[in-house]
Ligand binder design. Structure first.
Ligand code: SF4
Length: 317
């Protein structure tokens, strides 16, 4: 979707658009926009993707809200857990979520690793003894199929399990082609972890993309981010989790929002989140209930909010 079309729908955003876009690009796919109600100023899908004046004034936000920098042994690699290594295949996405915890990527830096950098990342992951490698980004499905398949093949047989963490099945479902799905299924076990925050994101096109993956034997899980003004409502979360399970997708994580600079307007306190989560758990089966986790700025990795509430630095969380 081009800027003129988006601004035509929401002329009230013109005043701060350029500044917000310079900090973190505004990009929305046509597919995702077709699910937005532009006449609703509080539309929960629009809120995720349209720039806001609040992004420009967030002094308490952090540039590295989950402490990735200290856990990056070489460019494009994050290694926080002994048995898992994360490789960033690109910084590009089909659509940019305004709350993204990687939104402070320096735009002056390259958007993709060089061949040498990617080779070094793969070699590191192979040597690490990791059981699982997570292909992330940006969006790992923003790279071509061949590159994705080459990376998976280069990691095997050293790395038994691959995970592709992608929002593309939700934001650009046409990206999930028969060819992509066949390629992933033939390299099993490759798990797809999608990212859907609101039940209205599950359009018929998205259903088809999820069906393709699941029918081919690619297991699919979802991670959602708890976001003020988007899904901070137990009815919305119940509907989302049930809708996912009906489609064969396991709700995996509900992430407490990270305190990334420019996303303060999405923040909730851990106590608010926990009270929502307790209400959610009372309504859902174990299968439909995600884990409510936070990735604190100290880089220790994801922890359950419930078990660690007392140890969280609430000024940052
Ligand atoms: S798709 Fe993922 S990586 Fe890309 S902007 Fe959204 S949250 Fe960030």
């Amino acid at each position: 979707m081009g800027r003129p079309a988006l601004l035509a729908a929401r002329p009230d955003l013109a005043a701060h658009w350029a500044q917000a876009d310079a900090l973190f690009p505004v990009r929305v796919t046509g597919s995702f926009w077709s699910r937005v109600d532009p006449s609703d100023r509080l539309d929960p899908l629009a809120r995720q993707v349209l720039p806001s004046a609040e992004e420009l004034d967030d002094p308490e936000g952090l540039d590295d809200p989950v402490g990735d920098a200290a856990c990056s042994p070489l460019p494009w690699v994050v290694h926080k857990y002994p048995d898992r290594v994360l490789i960033l295949l690109t910084k590009r996405c089909h659509l940019y979520c305004r709350y993204c915890f990687r939104r402070t990527f320096d735009p002056a830096e390259r958007e993709d690793p060089t061949v040498e950098e990617l080779d070094a990342a793969i070699a590191y992951a192979r040597r690490s003894g990791a059981e699982e490698v997570i292909l992330s980004g940006g969006d790992p499905l923003a790279v071509r199929d061949e590159r994705l398949f080459d990376v998976i093949d280069a990691l095997r047989p050293s790395v038994p399990v691959l995970r592709v963490h992608s929002r593309a099945p939700i934001t650009k479902p046409a990206r999930v082609t028969e060819r992509l799905v066949r390629g992933l299924a033939s390299r099993a076990p490759v798990w797809m972890v999608v990212h859907c925050n609101h039940p209205r994101e599950l359009s018929p096109e998205v259903d088809e993309a999820l069906r393709l993956l699941i029918r081919a034997g690619v297991p699919v899980m979802n991670q959602a981010v708890l976001l003020r003004g988007v899904n901070d409502d137990v009815e919305v979360l119940v509907e989302l989790c049930r809708a996912l399970v009906r489609r064969g997708v396991k709700p995996y994580y509900l992430h407490h929002p990270d305190r990334v600079r420019g996303a303060g307007h999405f923040a909730l306190s851990p106590q608010e989140g926990l009270s929502l989560y307790h209400a959610l758990r009372r309504r859902l089966s174990g299968l439909a209930t995600p884990r409510y986790v936070i990735d604190p700025p100290d880089g220790r990795g994801k922890i359950d909010v419930e078990r660690h509430l007392g140890s969280l630095d609430l000024s940052l969380a």
